[in-house]
Design a protein around this ligand. Structure first.
Ligand SMILES: [Zn+2]
Length: 485
């Protein structure tokens, strides 16, 4: 009896000791927030000029061309605007135009070094002027300290800022130490083949890149609970995405004489089972550990204690966080959600066939095939067929401890001191993953401050970006281009 008591006391003592260590660590890891940025100063005239230039680009309604569409007139019109707004670029850089997908090469002092590349897309998602927009979607209106319109954020601000940085550096007489490329595709939003055409051009020339920097992450505030400062999130990996159709077949017939085994009932039972318990296991992958380690010093105390001490609290964090945050849940596992369904055409007809469609986002640790195997096993219980309509596994992972990523991290601390910087596990997709064959470093970050309402307006009504944020972004790209050796 006494022996048991000693063991219990021993366990309690170890636990208290670990807790004390965790608390001390949580106190130590808090960062001191430094003062103002010096690398991103700009004048009111520059802010005004940038807003006007981006506004002109937003006014061109470059709504995504369909993959098989050949009419690229609206992109040619955007090119006209860009030729007018960036005269030095078109005078200095070598321009390659493949079906309006652009590749611009700025020759550096030493072209034998691997070039660096800044990219984006010219197309935007549709924006019907249906009364939900405060200002017409393609007005490019500058008001309330913002540039308004479809594409202002996704992602003409990225393309504009990258190009404006080059334009200014040319005017200053700067020669980059190595080649710098600017690229932008015309059909990122509908996963058309623009980025592939660009990448093939590099492949044919045997060019490998030190890094490719694309849209994806941004500078956000108020998005992560327990963190009051801005967070610069640089995407290093994208989850996969797949649409899977589950079909139930039956005999059909008249609703007056139903028989058991109705396709809709079987599909419903299947959906309920998955909704009740996500069949994909939770797992901390190294990128998530890394992300929490970067965020921890900036968090308020209870969260800092937990996320700053994953060595102790990982099981607790893995259990609690997904309950409070859908985003945290998405970091830890493959997600699945049912999005479409269909059955019989009439209310008094039993369907001979019914279906549901789910969108799944395969995580890094599970490719699409193994996700499908998990789902097929459950579907079989209800006699359902499963087929992938369209889908991909997760992208590769950029090394967040590698030289190029560390360089971007240093640039962000220089341009935005006091902001938290973190590698980021993206649930959405970009063109950047297509560049994996030509670079080890796909970095998905447009260093632009985005307000929570602006984040929510992506692909929705009232898209906008702040004029002062835009000016910082231009200067930040300049800093990156000037300081990469
Ligand atoms: Zn985009």
């Amino acid at each position: 009896m006494r022996y048991v008591l000693y063991v219990l006391l021993g366990i309690a003592a170890v636990f208290v000791l670990l807790l004390i260590i965790a608390v001390i660590r949580a106190i130590i890891i808090k960062v001191k927030l430094p003062e103002k940025a010096v690398a991103v100063t700009y004048t009111p005239d520059e802010e005004k000029l940038y807003a006007e230039k981006l506004s002109a680009m937003v006014k061109e309604p470059t709504v995504s061309a369909q993959p098989d569409e050949t009419d690229l007139e609206r992109f040619e019109k955007l090119h006209e605007v860009m030729r007018e707004k960036f005269p030095l670029i078109f005078k200095t850089l070598e321009v390659t135009d493949i079906d309006c997908n652009l590749i611009l090469r700025w020759k550096g002092a030493d072209s034998s070094k691997q070039p660096i590349l800044f990219m984006g897309h010219q197309d935007v998602v549709p924006a019907p002027d249906d009364g939900t927009w405060k200002y017409p979607p393609f007005s490019g209106l500058i008001a309330d300290g913002r540039i308004h319109g479809r594409g202002a954020l996704d992602c003409k601000c990225t393309v504009f800022s990258e190009w404006q940085a080059v334009e200014e550096l040319i005017a200053e007489g700067f020669t980059p130490p190595r080649d710098i490329y600017l690229t932008c595709s015309v059909n990122e939003e509908n996963s058309g083949g623009g980025a592939e055409k660009i990448v093939n051009w590099f492949k044919e020339k045997g060019i490998r890149l030190a890094f490719a920097m694309d849209e994806g992450g941004a500078i956000v505030s108020g998005m992560i609970p327990g963190i009051s400062t801005n967070v610069v999130a640089a995407g290093v990996v994208e989850k996969g995405s797949a649409h899977i159709k589950f079909t139930a077949k039956g005999k059909g017939g008249h609703s007056s004489t139903p028989v058991p085994g109705n396709p809709i009932a079987r599909l419903s039972a299947f959906v309920c089972e998955i909704e009740k318990k996500n069949p994909f296991k939770k797992q901390f992958v190294p990128i998530v550990d890394d992300m929490f380690a970067h965020l921890a010093p900036y968090l308020t105390f209870p969260l800092r204690l937990l996320l700053g001490n994953l060595w102790l609290f990982k099981p607790l964090v893995g259990w609690v966080m997904p309950k409070f945050s859908p985003m945290a849940n998405a970091f830890l596992r493959t997600t699945i959600v049912f999005t479409m369904s269909g059955g019989s055409e009439a209310a008094n007809v039993i369907p001979a066939e019914a279906y549901v469609v789910a969108n799944i986002r395969p995580s890094i640790q599970q490719n699409l095939d193994s996700c499908l195997a998990v789902l097929k096993k459950i579907a079989a219980k209800y006699d359902l067929e499963a087929e992938v309509i369209k889908g991909t596994s997760a992208s590769g992972i950029t090394d967040s401890h590698g030289e190029e990523f560390k360089f971007i991290e240093e640039c962000m601390h220089a341009c935005f001191p006091g902001f938290c910087f973190t590698p980021y596990y993206m649930a959405g997709g970009t063109d950047c993953r297509k560049y994996e064959p030509i670079t080890d470093n796909c970095i998905r970050l447009c260093p632009i401050r985005v307000e929570p309402d602006q984040m929510n307006a992506m692909h929705a009504a009232n898209e906008s970006i702040n004029t002062d944020a835009l000016a910082e972004t231009v200067k930040c790209y300049k800093y990156i281009m000037k300081n990469h050796k």
